[in-house]
Design a protein around this ligand. Structure first.
Ligand SMILES: *Cc1c(COP(=O)(O)O)cnc(C)c1O
Length: 486
């Protein structure tokens, strides 16, 4: 890959065209007549003038510079970049779905209502949460809906509790969602095993605590083994347990948050349930709640009548109301439904088991070369600390950049915050042993390079289409336009 072609965006040549409009068959005069003089264009617009082949090559070239789960391994921890079967796309593209209108009467939409109802039941079955809404548009949006439900529930009890406890290993959206609802955030420290310190939690709980927001398995990839006791002490304090279930891979078909005492849970259909993501959406973050919280769920709720027909029920006076237009991102739900039907009950269990197996396989291979500060085994992901490599002057960021030279996407870095020089690896169940071995070989070669020639890792990536951007100017002064005068 030595002869990397330069990035040339300027393809324009005067009067080159890829589209010839038909001759205008009406007078142009009325247009200039109606547009005020000062708003009329004096010069030709400065748009690119290109032929069809220029345009096709430009966009095809750009698409080839993109990295995606369809091109190679994407071990981005906490993001679950599993492969998404193409049959999901086929079903979401069926005309019967794409041509539906959300204002159509429910009698004409029985098929999609059945699909959504059945998907709710399947997610209830997998999570152990008896009542599900599919409406929230993302994980963070599910958290927000969950916090609003907690607030409505407490209000119904005549209480105004003002604090939410969040572990120090939590995903950033957790405290952000709670703070958006006006809650004060209290952080509970992890113990030396990387789990919630129940003693510290007990000392924080008071009659001003509305809820604990927990992630299980947590972001270190560890199962909170004291979850039953944790839920009990939170409930004894009159508070609720919110569980972040964005990454449910490890539990699929094996354990259910609902059985652990959780009151509210969100799931990310665009992570665990196989919808492509990474480009910023759309996604779906359904939430599941216990019996006590059911009446607060967003409306409309999909209901099944005794004659097997489906209706939309808006009649829930204590509902927090709508959180999204219509019913949320239905296309994402069709993909998740297809995925679950495709796997079936046994396939779902296998997916969960293989997610854990793949993570432990990689963890074990890498533990001889990198420090893995928490846990002896992991669930669906694990977190490396590049502390040892840092002593040689090489950071987690450098290692992540070097991986790009090997053709791999980088793992998540510098998260969770409690791990110094963190590299968070989530292989997912869809990767073959050969891919895992190739990734491990690359990581091991990088570790060995750092021992002898650490400076070789600083300049990475060297073989990608673009080098290492300046992170500050890339964010503060991004070039978002073609050319200077457009
Ligand atoms: C991805 C993720 C979220 C947020 O989900 P979005 O859909 O990106 O809003 C929350 N918690 C955890 C643990 C996650 O991995």
């Amino acid at each position: 890959m030595d002869n990397i072609e330069p990035l040339i965006f300027e393809k324009s040549a005067p009067n080159r065209r890829c589209f010839i409009p038909p001759v205008c068959d009406v007078s142009e005069k009325p247009i200039t007549h109606f547009i005020p003089q000062k708003m009329q264009r004096k010069q030709k617009p400065n748009s690119p003038e290109v032929s069809e082949i220029d345009i096709v090559r430009h966009f095809t070239r750009l698409s080839q510079m993109n990295y995606c789960v369809d091109t190679n391994f994407y071990p981005l921890g906490s993001c679950t970049m599993k492969y998404n079967p193409k049959i999901n796309e086929d079903s979401a593209n069926l005309e019967g779905f794409t041509r539906l209108h959300p204002y159509q009467p429910t009698e004409q939409c029985q098929g999609i209502l059945k699909l959504l109802y059945d998907l709710e039941q399947m997610l209830a079955d997998i999570s152990g949460m008896p009542y599900i809404t599919l409406q929230p548009a993302a994980g963070a949006h599910g958290e927000l809906a969950g916090m609003l439900i907690i607030q409505a529930y407490m209000k119904g009890r005549g209480e105004t509790r003002s604090k939410i406890i969040v572990p120090d290993s939590a995903h950033g959206t957790n405290p952000a969602s709670a703070a958006l609802c006006g809650y004060y955030i209290e952080s509970v420290q992890s113990n030396p095993d990387g789990l919630i310190d129940t003693k510290k939690l007990k000392s924080l709980l008071s009659n001003d605590t509305a809820a604990l927001m927990i992630t299980n398995p947590n972001t270190l990839g560890l199962f909170e083994k004291d979850i039953l006791e944790t839920c009990k002490i939170v409930h004894d304090a009159g508070a609720l347990v919110y569980c972040d279930g964005a990454n449910m891979n490890a539990l699929l078909g094996i354990a259910r948050p609902g059985d652990m005492g959780v009151d509210i849970l969100h799931l990310n259909l665009h992570k665990t349930f196989s919808t492509p993501h990474g480009g910023g959406g759309p996604g779906a973050g359904p939430i599941g709640v216990s019996k006590a919280l059911e009446t607060f769920l967003p409306t409309p709720r999909i209901e099944k009548s005794t004659d097997n027909s489906y209706t939309l029920n808006y009649d829930y006076p204590s509902s927090i109301g709508k959180v999204r237009a219509f019913y949320g991102h239905v296309g994402i739900m069709i993909r998740a439904y297809t995925y679950l039907l495709l796997l079936g009950k046994n396939g779902i269990i296998k997916a969960g088991e293989n997610a854990v197996l793949n993570a432990n396989y990689l963890r074990n291979k890498l533990s001889k070369y990198y420090e893995i500060p928490y846990g002896k085994t992991c669930m669906h992901e694990f977190v490396i600390s590049a502390k040892k490599q840092r002593e040689k002057g090489v950071s987690a960021l450098d290692i992540a950049k070097k991986l790009l030279d090997y053709g791999f996407h980088a793992p998540t870095i510098y998260f969770p915050l409690i791990v110094e020089e963190a590299l968070m690896v989530e292989p997912t169940e869809t990767e073959s042993r050969e891919t895992l071995d190739a990734f491990a070989d690359a990581m091991i070669e990088i570790a060995n390079t750092i021992v002898n020639t650490p400076e070789a890792v600083h300049n990475a990536p060297q073989y990608t289409k673009i080098g290492r951007p300046d992170e500050v100017t890339a964010a503060r002064k991004p070039k978002l336009k073609w050319g200077n005068n457009c």
